[in-house]
Design a protein around this ligand. Structure first.
Ligand code: T46
Length: 138
């Protein structure tokens, strides 16, 4: 299966309540890895993009905790765009996927659950190097 075929939306638990709704995530239970790191993107100015890289080993789940944004994915063979706009949807990204996040709505928050601690050596920040390493033509 190609990396892009493994990408999927995970329906996270949703506890609906007149006081406000609640979603929770447990590692290896609701996401297919142990959660080693959490980070979030916020105050993204209109028109800005984030990402623009792939990971050698890292797996992640992206959640629009507030607002919405688009995630453009590319595994060197195909390209797909996902709109995230529900705080109970997680977008699972396996390793070796080039990602770009764009069209952030005002006040949106991208919450990320990661399978590994931060390691700059895990990043492909050059698209041609990524494409060459996975055996595609730049
Ligand atoms: C991804 C998208 C969705 C750290 O020191 N620790 C961290 O855990 C992270 C994620 C980043 N940083 C530092 C590294 C850079 O100096 O924060 C700075 C900005 O990181 P970056 O340019 O990689 O941010 P994004 O938004 O382009 O990408 C991030 C993640 O790095 C990436 O894995 O998938 O969010």
């Amino acid at each position: 299966m190609s990396p892009l075929d493994q990408v999927r939306i995970i329906q996270l638990p949703r506890v609906q309540d007149p006081r406000g709704n609640l979603t929770f995530v447990e590692g290896e239970q609701h996401v297919p890895f142990d959660i080693k790191r959490v980070y979030y993107l916020y105050d993204v100015p209109g028109g800005e993009t984030r990402g623009g890289h792939a990971h050698r080993d890292l797996e992640q789940v992206l959640i629009a905790a507030s607002g919405s944004f688009e995630v453009v994915l590319d595994d060197g063979r195909a390209r797909r765009t996902f709109l995230l706009n529900r705080p109970y949807h997680g977008l699972y990204l396996p390793r070796l996927i080039w990602r770009e996040l764009e069209n952030f709505s005002s006040g949106s928050v991208c919450l990320v659950l990661a399978s590994l601690r931060y390691d700059e050596a895990d990043y492909y920040r050059d698209y041609d190097e990524f494409i060459r390493d996975i055996g595609c033509q730049p």
